[in-house]
Structures are given as C-alpha cells and as structure tokens.
Design a binder for this molecule. Sequence first.
Ligand code: PLP
Length: 223
Amino acid sequence: MKSPREIISEIRQTLPPDVRLVAVSKFHPASMIEDAYAGGQRVFGENHVQELRQKYEVLPQDIEWHFIGHLQTNKVKYIAPYVQLIHAVDSHKLLTEINRQAQRNNRVIDCLLELHVAQEETKFGFSPDEMYDYVRQAEWRQLQNVRICGIMCMASNTDDEARIARDFQQAQQLFDRLKQDFFATEESFSIRSWGMSDDYPIALRYGSNMVRIGSKIFGPRVY
Ligand SMILES: *Cc1c(COP(=O)(O)O)cnc(C)c1O
C-alpha cells in the first residue's frame, strides 16, 4: 500500500503549478498527517472543530489548517486563534461571528463563501443569485477582521460527469462575475475551491485553483 506522502507526490505531478492541494485529513489519525507532513505537505483540511483542535495541539505549528465543513456559529471561537482559511461561510450571521472572534484574537481571518450548485437539497450554501446579492449589498464590508478570498463549492454527488461539469462551470462563472463586478482591484479575491477525490480532474477544467482531497490520499474514512 502506498503511503499518504507517496500519493500526494503523485497527485502533485498532475496538478498545474498554481493549484493548491488541501489534504483532507478528517477522521484520520495524526500519524497519517505526520507522514504527509514529512513529505512536505503543509495544508490540511478538517471539518470537525474538536478533532481539528486535538490535531492542532499535537502536530507541528507550521501546518496551515483549513476548516472545510459546515461551521456552527457557537464553535467559531475554538478555531479562531489559528485557522488559516474557513471554506464554507454560508450566512452573514456566520461571517459576523467569525469577524467578532477574529477581532478578539487580534487577527484577520480569510474566508470563502460557500456556493450551492449541487442537486442535493441538503447541502448548505448560497445559491448563485443569493451570493451575488449578498456580495453586492456590501454589508460584509463593515467586517474589518474577515477577508473574503473567493468561493468554494461541492458538485453533485453523482457519476454523471456532465452534471458535475455543469456545477463547476456555474461556480467558475459566478466567481468571474464577482471578481469583475466587486473585487476587480482586490488581489486577495482569488481562491476557487472546488474538486475532491473523485471529481478534481473535472474541477481543474473549470477554473479550480484549490482542490480538497481526502480519501484518495488517506484511504476510506471510518466514521
Ligand atoms: C470530506 C470533504 C472533502 C474530501 O472528500 P474526498 O472525497 O475524501 O476527497 C472535500 N471537501 C469537503 C467539504 C469535505 O467535507
């Protein structure tokens, strides 16, 4: 069996140089993260606050931790001191709380807005129109301790590649509109976080520059 670091190095060879790889380590032990770390990987993604905190405490301090899952407002305070990027901001209420906790920690937290394009009803996130309106309204501009750096999305959970491509294409189109209409002069608005183990090759065709890959690197998760 190949080790996480071997698989990461294989994946890297297929990624264009401007694409960042988030190794999604949720449900996998710290020892597997250490293996990937030894191979040079520094960016890891988690989706449970408590698990992230435990790993943060025992693993090297120069790891860049991304929170990739649905985040409850009452849990923001636990990750606010050190999280580098929050991928799935899906409401003004959540962004306001991230801002408040960032302020308390005397820092600015980078965030992505979560776009809902998948066919599943249960997924969180703004619809394309909601997101456009939210960014246009500019209420968020008063939040000095958060920085909106781009958007993230998950494609439909399906084998239908045309459907997946359509989801990512919508994300790419919305990103381009937001960039042009509201962030043209803001270099930091640049992150397009889409693509997971099974669909990242498609995501790369539709402008992704940040892929979040878990099971392909670390194997199946035992929940
Ligand atoms: C778990 C997860 C991933 C990684 O999924 P894999 O299919 O294991 O690559 C990516 N993004 C989010 C938001 C996740 O929750």
